[in-house]
Design a protein around this ligand. Structure first.
Ligand SMILES: O=C(O)CCC(=O)C(=O)O
Length: 334
């Protein structure tokens, strides 16, 4: 099934209207929003004078409509999209390079997982990616429509010469092993989580077992997991596992019950944004509990750029409604 997606245009895109702190669904006034798009298109190539620069520049690559192939996502468990305009890619790549030049990272030649929502890491340029309209719109459609809840946001980065060897896994680390059931990996389970990797440099580090997201492990996969429900040994050869090749500016959106891993001996820098969302129309899936933001100091929240702050406020409000991880893995059929 191919779904036609009109990529949002304009300074105040869809998800800003879908305030993550509210439970309201959809743009407050889609007609006004559409009109605004037309007006912005009409004023041509210098909209900054009228509406301010950042969101418009972010959306400029998506002035055209595009399609996302939901059927491909449902079948393979992932989808690769062209997302970033060259000008945005260059800006975000430069921001990621600047992060990696910080002595705390530059001095350590290793793979870096940099959580962008935690104190000290809140890079305002990179956090703009949380609101990229094409990503928001595509993820929302995959999850059945409506506003989203932020799961996580990180920069995955490494310099050439560094090795990075994750074990194959499904993203079920938050679920105790004795609660992981085959039912979670069935088409009937309404998994409420999409994870994405947005490459700011060509990226060969992500591997997947296509179409493994909605079925239990095969015998060969069971063997490769070596008896673990969480993580295969680093050296395991996973049947059907393949490396995805992302060009800079592309994103892989994936169902994170799919068997996958990060694995690379880098010959080029890695600069990839790793972001996850849940639909707000249903309770979040277990991965929402991958970090606890309730203990973050108020000054940290206040220091975030407005977009990221709204996402974090949305997380905190949702956490108050669903404080415990256990219900998230006890029922997924509603
Ligand atoms: O490095 C990657 O792209 C994989 C990350 C991943 O699998 C994870 O965080 O669960």
């Amino acid at each position: 099934m191919t779904l036609f997606v009109e990529a949002p245009r304009g300074a105040d895109h869809e998800n800003r209207k879908w305030d993550p702190t509210s439970l309201s669904e959809g743009p407050a006034n889609p007609l006004a929003w559409a009109n605004q798009s037309i007006i912005i298109a009409a004023v041509g190539l210098a909209p900054d004078r009228w509406f301010g620069p950042a969101p418009w520049q972010m959306t400029s690559v998506n002035e055209r409509s595009m399609t996302i192939d939901l059927e491909e996502f449902q079948h393979n468990g992932y989808l690769i999209l062209d997302v970033l305009a060259p000008v945005v890619l260059a800006r975000w790549r430069a921001a990621a390079d600047a992060v990696m030049r910080q002595p705390r990272f530059a001095a350590k030649p290793q793979f870096h997982y940099i959580p962008l929502l935690l104190p000290g890491n809140q890079d305002a340029t990179l956090l703009d990616a949380l609101d990229h309209p094409l990503l928001i719109d595509s993820v929302s459609r995959i999850l059945g429509g409506g506003p989203l809840l932020l799961d996580n946001a990180a920069l995955l980065a490494a310099e050439p010469g560094v090795g990075y060897h994750q074990g194959w896994h499904r993203d079920v680390l938050q679920v105790p092993v004795d609660h992981i059931t085959d039912a979670m990996f069935s088409p009937q389970w309404r998994h409420n989580n999409v994870q994405l990797n947005l490459a700011l440099a060509d990226d060969d580090a992500f591997w997947a077992v296509p179409a493994s997201h909605q079925r239990p492990n095969t015998k060969g996969e069971e063997q490769a997991f070596g008896g673990s429900r969480h993580l295969a040994p680093e050296s395991a050869v996973m049947p059907g596992g393949r490396r995805l090749h992302l060009l800079a500016g592309q994103a892989a959106l994936y169902h994170n019950n799919m068997i996958h891993r990060g694995y690379c001996d880098f010959t080029q820098p890695r600069r990839t944004l790793h972001i996850g969302y849940h639909s707000r129309q249903r309770p979040p899936t277990w991965h929402f509990y991958n970090f606890d933001d309730r203990a973050l100091p108020a000054e940290h929240l206040a220091s975030l750029p407005p977009g990221a702050r709204r996402w974090m406020e949305g997380r905190l409000a949702r956490r108050r409604q669903f404080p415990d991880v256990a219900p998230s893995y006890r029922g997924g059929f509603d």
